[in-house]
Design a protein around this ligand. Structure first.
Ligand code: PLP
Length: 291
């Protein structure tokens, strides 16, 4: 509960991927609410085809020293020891991330064993609730990291929201609630809590493929509490201007005049790779990693 409350403070904000202290400073100056420290951004991991692990604590530490906003770093799914190491480093948040190569294909980290808050990815309500039940303080859509194609993130937030609406409408008896909780593999109390709130009990950010201010505002309009921007920013020709514009668009997501202003003259955006081209065999879908 305390950890979920901490994550609430990030609400309405933008969390940016950075690979060095210099980028972290740019992100902070542009108004990011946190940074994600990692050695390679997902667009480059996508190309590498190599095993992707936790970043070297040396670079994470340099980033922590360079900024005053919270710093997050990624661990492999199920890699309890990478998480112990980052907790010992006193990182602000751990992202148990499908963008890295999973260490355990069955079990995620028992996050309630840790004092550091966790963010985890989800594509649907079952995944989100299993991660929350394991102790995640924050959920993000998986989207499709490193593509610059926002469509998977849109799909995942829409899926989660429509499953919550469906549960609210259709689960009326204790038996129906029990049966659905069983299907989702979560305690019935958690499902009931979500139904009574009409949303997840933790903040739910968008991530995976966000590349423009308009993408960020779209996901906010769809009900996200904030946005992760990964490959989008530092793959663009003017990262600082784009970073500022994404922050502005996330704040003023319902103001088309403001969105017009911040979307104008941003230079070359991330070129990206569309989901359809990946489906045709030009790469792997990170959101399906581990299945
Ligand atoms: N996401 C990834 C990347 C996985 O590797 C796995 C498990 O294999 C899952 C999600 C699914 O886990 P769960 O069914 O517990 O949500």
């Amino acid at each position: 509960k305390v950890k979920a409350g901490l994550a609430q403070m990030l609400k309405g904000g933008v969390i940016m991927d950075v690979v060095n202290a210099e980028q972290a400073v740019i992100a902070e100056r542009a108004g990011a609410c946190a940074v994600m420290a990692l050695e390679r951004i997902p667009a480059d991991m996508r190309k590498s085809g190599q095993v992707c692990r936790m970043s070297d604590p040396k670079m994470v530490r340099e980033i922590m020293a360079a900024v005053s906003i919270p710093v997050m770093a990624k661990v492999r799914i199920g890699h309890t020891v990478e998480a112990q190491i980052l907790q010992a480093l006193q990182i602000d948040y751990i992202d148990e991330s499908e963008v890295l190569t999973p260490a355990d294909k069955q079990n995620h980290i028992r996050k309630s064993d840790f004092s550091v808050p966790y963010v985890c990815g989800a594509k649907n309500l079952g995944e989100a609730l299993r991660r929350i039940n394991e102790g995640a303080a924050m959920i993000r859509t998986k989207g499709e990291a490193g593509t610059g194609d926002v469509s998977e993130a849109v799909k995942h937030i829409t899926q989660i929201r429509s499953e919550i609406a469906w549960a609210k409408e259709n689960l009326n008896t204790p038996e129906e609630l029990e049966a659905h909780a069983k299907e989702l593999r979560v305690p019935v109390e958690l499902l009931k809590d979500v139904i009574s709130r009409g949303k997840l009990p933790v903040v739910n950010f968008a991530a995976g493929g966000v590349a423009t201010p308009a993408d960020a505002a779209l996901l906010m309009q769809l009900g996200c509490d904030g946005v992760f921007v990964g490959s989008g920013i530092f793959k663009a020709s003017n990262p600082e201007k784009l970073a500022r514009a994404v922050v502005q668009a996330t704040t003023h997501y319902e103001d088309p005049v403001k969105l017009l202003e911040v979307s104008t003259d941003l230079g070359d955006l991330m070129a990206g790779v569309s989901i359809d081209s990946i489906n045709k065999g030009n790469g792997i879908r990170l959101s399906e990693v581990g299945w």
